[in-house]
Design a protein around this ligand. Sequence first.
Ligand code: ZN
Length: 265
Amino acid sequence: MAHENEHDEERPRGINNLNIRDDVTDDVPSSLPEQMGGIGLPPLFPGTHIFRIPQSVAQLIETYDEIVKDAQGNAMADPANPQQALLVQRIRVRFDKDDPLLVVGSSEDGHPVATSISNQPRNRARKGEPRILVSDMAYLLRESMKYTGPLTKNSEWIAALQWAAGRVFRAEHGLSAYCNDQKVRYIHDASDPTLRGSMLDPTGQKGCGERLYTSSFRLPAQNGQPGGYSDLAYCKKCQAKLRGFFQIERFLKPTEAMLADDVPF
Ligand SMILES: [Zn+2]
């Protein structure tokens, strides 16, 4: 760790004055692990904002296959080939740091966020009631953007996303994190005076598979002041140090101002 304030005036500087010893140092691994927080975007703390969809949205669409499941969660057989699971193609639009969603208005104006939104439906019914399958993309287009075109085939979803390019929507958002059980976990680095530091667990222990949601990133109230949020939290199960990633929690209806034509959105 570099401590910038600890200059030692007596110590010789400059490559010709170092008395270099070629002691063996650790080799640099050929594939470097991701640095925590190094590749992401600055955090946008939980709240409600208006976001603009980039003009490039059509270039951000990808496809994937979902295994179709019945109401009990069991894979269904393909009628054409009963030995195989029935697959259905879904589409996903992935906003990343090169083509992010951008906050419009508020003190966070222009703040970029990365997330992905798919047309894979999820059950929205209350417990004990019949399934109602609706995707996030359906809420985005129908509820938040008031899109009225058909949405029954992937080609129609893609046409709707093309229509959505450059337009805005409003959403409630939070933070989430996954304690990845496939990768060595990060733990608190006590040598970092900012308290934000983390390091790969020197014992090599992997994460535990736990998921953290917005409430895990909430800070306790202090002196009667509400606590706000941190973008860092400790895993509830294994104490790994995790960074929260932007997550849309609810697609909201547009405001009157957003619906009015004379507002420069
Ligand atoms: Zn964990």
